[in-house]
Design a protein around this ligand. Structure first.
Ligand code: ADP
Ligand code: MG
Length: 320
């Protein structure tokens, strides 16, 4: 079956790097991103935006944790609430920047962010094996002292940079706000959704949902989003122009395209780091495999308009 959207529907996942480290930095980066995003619409696409929150969720979590130690009027916040806060202020900056660009270009478009919950399986293996590092870095002594104070805390060494809090990163199953998102899309809104991978929730016996202490990978969440809205393209915008084989070695080779079969083989051969490029490739493979005429593109944010025309980025496609 050929895709049925009259206008190509593009899900764009913005990487944490696209957002900077401080609110001021984020405003500048997001303003630049807005130009590329509006360009995509001008080229005839419908866009849905998602974003990461790794550094931001860690920062928010830590801020309350530290503040609560010195001021008993301040409480701590668990990760689902911290992700919700990150969706709010990142969504604010994205809306603000997109609106500025829309105004400048005199277009009649609207933009809105949706606080988004995503269902995860309460028996997901990830809950037993927290593997996603968030927040600041600590020495071994500090980490051990923190774990002694809080037996639930798991701190591990992160790439020779120090100890960090590790949190479970379960796989996303279903976007609870899907109907709201689709409704806005059908009314020609630019929608920001699934920020920070979405707020992870599990279903209770009574049918209600409860937030859980975890952070979903935004690449997997964006894959589910693309599937849910029957997107034609999944754009994952990050810090590198192209996916590479033998990344960062003298044999480094940028790829303009790869079939899903090739992509699967490269995964097995270990070309993609598990915390960074691998989830993007896995999300791209699943998305492309699950429908006809779909393409995934991994590109840099700066070159997004070029990537739409196949002039930059790495295209992942299914063999006919
Ligand atoms: P984001 O915040 O966009 O999710 P990540 O840092 O998680 O970004 O992932 C992108 C990074 O993955 C790149 O900046 C690069 O350093 C790293 N990377 C690892 N393996 C590869 C590869 N094979 N090709 C390109 N980049 C890779
Ligand atoms: Mg990442």
């Amino acid at each position: 079956m050929k895709h049925k959207n009259a206008i190509p529907r593009v899900v764009i996942a913005l990487g944490g790097n696209a957002l900077g480290k401080t609110p001021e930095e984020q405003k500048v980066k997001v303003r630049n991103a807005a130009k590329a995003l509006i360009e995509l619409i001008k080229q005839g696409n419908e866009i849905i935006i998602s974003h990461g929150n790794g550094p931001q969720v860690g920062m928010i979590h830590l801020a309350f944790e530290e503040a609560s130690k010195i001021n008993d009027k301040i409480t701590t916040f668990d990760l689902p609430e911290c992700t919700a806060m990150s969706q709010g202020y990142i969504g604010f900056h994205l809306q603000n920047a997109l609106q500025a660009e829309i105004y400048e270009q005199k277009k009649p478009w609207y933009v809105a962010s949706v606080v988004t919950q995503i269902e995860v399986d309460k028996d997901d293996k990830a809950f037993k094996n927290p593997s996603k590092p968030i927040g600041g870095f600590y020495t071994e002594e500090e980490a051990k002292a923190m774990m002694a104070l809080n037996p639930k805390l798991i701190m591990k060494e992160d790439s020779n940079r120090g100890y960090r809090r590790m949190v479970p990163s379960p796989k996303p199953i279903r976007i609870l706000e899907k109907e709201s998102v689709v409704n806005m899309l059908d009314n020609e809104f630019i929608v920001v959704t699934c920020g920070g991978g979405g707020i992870p929730v599990v279903r209770e016996e009574d049918g209600s949902y409860r937030g859980v202490t975890a952070v979903i990978d935004k690449d997997f969440a964006s894959g589910i989003l693309a599937e849910s809205v029957h997107a034609d393209y999944l754009f994952i915008l990050t810090a590198v122009d192209r996916v590479a084989l033998n990344y960062g070695t003298p044999q480094h080779q940028d790829l303009k395209q790869m079939s899903v079969t090739e992509a699967e083989r490269y995964c097995e051969e270990g070309h993609f780091s598990s915390g960074s490029m691998l989830p993007k490739i896995q999300a791209a493979i699943s998305f492309v495999k699950a429908g006809e005429g779909r393409r995934a593109v991994i590109a840099s944010l700066d070159k997004a308009p070029l990537a739409v025309n196949g002039e930059s980025g790495t295209i992942i496609y299914k063999e006919e």
